[in-house]
Design a protein around this ligand. Sequence first.
Ligand code: HEC
Ligand code: HEC
Ligand code: HEC
Ligand code: HEC
Length: 113
Amino acid sequence: MKNKIMLCVLLVVILLPVLSCLSAQNSDKFNTDLESQYLMENSKGVVVFNHQAHADMLNDCLVCHHNGEPNKCETCHTKDHKVNTKTAYHKNCKGCHKKLKQGPTKCSGCHKK
Ligand code: HEC
Ligand code: HEC
Ligand code: HEC
Ligand code: HEC
């Protein structure tokens, strides 16, 4: 019995620093300077995306960077991906605006000529 308790204590002592190190690395990935605004040029007209403002107001990076990496959506959502670039953005951007009833949902609210 005593041995089992000692084993548990030992495991916790060894595992805790490993776990906290892993989670620290995870949050460090998102602890980075943001590009404050993106001008997304496309055939429908440019979309001005205020990145920093969204990050601040939503206080959550993963709601958009859903794969846990702060990288560009196009790295995966190419034109040929099963969720292509346009669908990925429309679902993410418009989807949230609809859900929260805040932010533009009409074409011209995002696409400026
Ligand atoms: C509302 C959605 C949204 C939120 C919230 C958001 N981002 Fe982004 N982020 C994007 C989009 C979209 C792009 C890519 C724009 C492009 O490629 O034109 C991007 C790009 C980036 C990039 C650049 C990647 C590269 O390789 O150039 C980094 C870094 C990044 N975001 C970090 C963050 C961090 C850190 C947070 C949270 C503090 C955050 N983002 C919150 C949507 C978001
Ligand atoms: C590392 C690759 C990768 C990156 C980067 C990435 N995604 Fe995805 N995304 C995926 C995969 C894989 C799926 C799931 C496709 C499937 O099997 O349905 C997905 C699905 C989605 C979906 C569809 C969800 C649904 O319910 O249908 C949306 C919307 C989306 N991504 C938006 C984004 C946005 C916006 C960004 C950038 C801020 C982004 N993704 C970055 C890989 C990625
Ligand atoms: C998880 C929720 C969420 C996602 C995802 C999101 N938004 Fe928003 N967005 C909001 C909210 C909330 C507002 C309203 C802010 C206000 O009225 O103060 C807003 C406002 C806006 C506005 C008008 C205000 C401004 O910043 O000019 C634009 C344009 C916009 N969003 C574009 C986008 C684009 C483009 C994307 C995808 C790359 C996106 N949003 C993704 C929640 C979201
Ligand atoms: C919440 C913002 C938002 C709304 C509302 C919106 N879009 Fe978009 N749309 C985007 C973003 C972001 C992209 C991706 C831009 C990029 O990749 O440069 C995009 C891409 C597109 C593309 C692809 C263009 C290309 O060159 O591949 C078309 C077409 C498009 N939208 C049409 C529409 C139409 C039609 C509506 C209205 C029914 C609409 N969008 C509403 C944000 C929006």
